[in-house]
Design a protein around this ligand. Structure first.
Ligand code: SF4
Length: 198
């Protein structure tokens, strides 16, 4: 194995274990590793080790709820909800919050401990906040409530947290802004913003 790459991965491991950010260049270097290489295997094993430390090697049994079935103007290339593809034309259905609450109660009784509210790109933060407040009022228990929605401002993140969400899904997508069209080409979403504020 390339010793230089191994030391680089070890350095990134230490930085992440201290909850500090690794640099954009480091992320790009990791993404460039060949998937069939020993280096990739080493990177994966250290990532697993870090995940085990951070999660205390415990998993959460969770489930998402997609709450709006509407055409989405972001029109990501892979998504059937995209307005541009015409598959959702004339459709508009929002799951009532009462139904989400009742499904959550059923699942909590079955042992689930995490839930994610999922929406299309332009779902209003106000409605998400209202939904979280209702859920927290009517579904007691020690469960995690996440949200997977469109782009958020810092102010939006803070409001979501105050309304009752524990986390917001975010990841760095490959081909961000190209296949996934919610952002201008070449712009990476600052995922650190979400992690720090939810
Ligand atoms: S933002 Fe989400 S819902 Fe909208 S088109 Fe893209 S993947 Fe589909």
């Amino acid at each position: 194995m390339d010793q230089d790459f191994k030391e680089f991965v070890d350095r990134c491991f230490e930085v992440s274990a201290r909850k500090e950010d690794i640099s954009r260049d480091d992320i790009i270097r990791m993404l460039g590793v060949s998937p069939d290489s020993e280096e990739c295997e080493y990177l994966g094993s250290r990532a697993r080790e870090l995940a085990a430390i951070k999660s205390k090697d415990k998993a959460t049994l969770g489930t998402p709820f997609g709450v709006d079935y509407v055409p989405c103007d972001a029109s990501c290339r892979f998504c059937s909800f995209g307005t541009r593809w015409g598959l959702m034309e004339g459709q508009s259905y929002h799951i009532p919050v009462e139904d989400i609450i009742s499904m959550m109660k059923e699942r909590i009784a079955a042992g689930y401990t995490g839930f994610t509210i999922r929406t299309t790109e332009f779902y209003p933060v106000d409605k998400l906040c209202e939904m979280a407040r209702r859920i927290r009022e009517e579904v007691p228990g020690d469960y995690r409530l996440g949200v997977n929605t469109g782009e958020l401002t810092l102010e939006g993140c803070i409001r979501l947290k105050e309304a009752g969400y524990n986390s917001a899904y975010h990841t760095l997508h490959l081909r961000e802004g190209i296949a996934l069209r919610s952002l201008p080409r070449g712009v990476c979403r600052p995922c650190v913003r979400y992690r720090n504020h939810l």
